[in-house]
Write a protein that binds this ligand. Structure first.
Ligand code: AHR
Length: 510
């Protein structure tokens, strides 16, 4: 075991071979989430009075950051919000839309932003839409109405209504979530696994009758710590196996009681979550003698300080777009986010969609001030690196790493890493050094890849692990180039700073 008083570099190695792959990364792994919650929509992506707003009321400064972040897909409109939402409130002339109570977040929803505004946002941001439907207070009929409105070309009541709203061509949304966190007692219209499974199966069948090519996500567990974890997925999939493509997973992590080592090892929980859901889905598959594989949509994941008082929902009741869940992320949080991204990549054979929750202001990589600037949180950087460079084949790698003991996750490696080889001849190693005081010298034998180099290495690190980017210090934490990293004679040698997220790109011969 390493000695914590010592700051001499640790040593770790990755062993990899181009022939040993996990699978191809689905670009949907780099999704995010826009919920009608706090200031995610209003004064986040949508602020008609903002100096940067375009004709659709979208903040172009935020759109530019979303594109830089590399988000590929956005889930909408919730979240807990969707389980009480009437989608019809958000379409048609804005001045006629009703103000409603949103009981999930104890806010007032003005409905000035709805489905068609979201689809214009998705188009401008260059992202795929992932649409969630209300299976809390509503059900099959309202879902079919929504699907007809969004995806049917015309000559029916709902599709003509869309056309009368100025949207001539159908939105053609392919990916749909059948409700949100229906296992959670907090959820409006919460159901047992049997109740939800049957409703989800019937809704999925009816949706496919209308539009056979849809891809559908059944609700899995809202956390691995739910008492129903495992049995919920099994029961829901018994009902829905033939009718859906994905089962969802949600997970949020935070540092509790100053136990940074457990927090930095949060990916161990995500890994166990994924393994457990894959095992459960494959068990149902085996029982059904099915040729079909159900994949995982990890459609809410992030760091979220749920236990901090300002994050409770007891902010002023029934106000419009209150400041809720506006976590300011530290360097430590960014390293955890990086580690969670590594875990998603390492399971890209089964996790084929995922959403960082959320996108703007609400537990988000992008922050804004009403009428003011937009800036990047620390967590922006690992996501942007992974979304840009985590494309191609994930390699099955073995790690040699020093380990340490954590209270919550037992013995974990201090080095956490994955590698991705893209089609244009670049090998990218994403690596986290979980040690808070010592650098880690990372080596890798690259000779199986042929001639290697040059190498580009960026690291996100800071002497103050609590450092964050704020309105007043927007660029306090940014990635830095590490120019000493080499891949001479087919051997990579890189020094990972203490507590750091690292992106190491190695040019390979074509
Ligand atoms: O992302 C914040 C909330 O977390 C979502 O509304 C809900 O689905 C989850 O519990």
């Amino acid at each position: 075991m390493p000695n914590p008083a010592d700051d001499t570099p640790l040593a770790g190695a990755v062993h990899l071979d181009p022939n040993f792959t996990v699978g191809e990364v689905n670009p949907r792994l780099f999704g995010s989430f826009v919920e009608h919650l706090g200031r995610c929509v209003y004064t986040g992506v949508f602020e008609p009075d903002h100096p940067s707003a375009d004709a659709d009321g979208l903040r172009t400064d935020v759109l530019a950051l979303i594109q830089e972040l590399g988000v590929t897909m956005v889930r909408y409109p919730g979240g807990n919000f969707v389980s009480g939402y009437r989608w019809e409130d958000g379409v048609g002339p804005a001045e006629q839309r009703p103000r409603r109570l949103d009981t999930a977040w104890r806010a007032v929803e003005t409905n000035q932003f709805g489905l068609n505004e979201f689809m214009r946002f998705a188009d401008k941001a260059g992202v795929e839409a992932m649409q969630a439907v209300n299976l809390g207070t509503r059900g099959l009929q309202e879902t079919l109405d929504l699907l007809e409105y969004t995806n049917h070309p015309g000559a029916t009541a709902w599709s003509e209504l869309r056309r009368s709203h100025g949207v001539d061509k159908p939105h053609n949304i392919r990916l749909w979530c059948l409700g949100n966190e229906m296992d959670g007692p907090w959820q409006l219209g919460h159901k047992t696994a049997d109740e939800y499974g049957r409703l989800a199966a019937l809704t999925a069948q009816a949706m496919r009758d209308l539009d056979p090519g849809l891809e559908l996500v059944a609700c899995g567990s809202s956390s691995r710590s739910m008492p129903t974890f495992g049995s919920w997925e099994a029961t829901v999939l018994e009902h829905t196996y033939d009718h859906v493509d994905f089962i969802s997973c949600h997970a949020y992590y935070e540092e509790k009681n100053g136990d940074v080592d457990s927090f930095l090892a949060s990916a161990a929980d995500m890994e166990a979550f994924i393994d457990g859901v894959v095992a459960t889905a494959d068990h149902i598959r085996a029982k059904r003698h099915s040729a079909k594989q159900i994949n995982l949509s990890f459609d809410e994941w992030n760091v979220w300080y749920q236990s901090r008082p300002h994050n409770n929902t007891d902010t002023p009741d029934w106000s419009v777009a209150p400041r809720q869940l506006e976590d300011a992320y530290s360097l430590t949080d960014a390293v955890v986010v990086g580690s969670l991204l590594i875990t998603l990549l390492r399971h890209c054979d089964r996790v084929t969609a995922a959403c960082l929750a959320q996108l703007v202001n609400v537990i988000a990589p992008i922050m804004t001030e009403p009428g003011g600037p937009a800036w990047r949180q620390t967590t922006f950087f690992p996501f942007a690196d992974a979304a840009r460079h985590g494309r191609g084949q994930v390699l099955r790698l073995n790690l040699d790493s020093p380990v340490h003991d954590t209270a919550d996750h037992g013995r974990v490696p201090l080095l956490h890493a994955t590698a991705v080889q893209d089609g244009d001849g670049t090998l990218t190693v994403f690596a986290v050094n979980r040690d808070t005081t010592r650098p880690l010298e990372l080596t890798a034998d690259l000779r199986a890849f042929g001639p290697a180099g040059p190498v580009w290495h960026t690291a996100l690190a800071d002497p103050d692990r609590h450092a964050a980017n704020t309105l007043h210090q927007q660029d306090r934490v940014t990635p830095a180039q590490v120019t000493e990293t080499r891949a001479d004679d087919g051997r990579l040698k890189a020094l990972l700073p203490p507590l750091s997220w690292n992106t190491i790109r190695i040019a390979l011969a074509p």
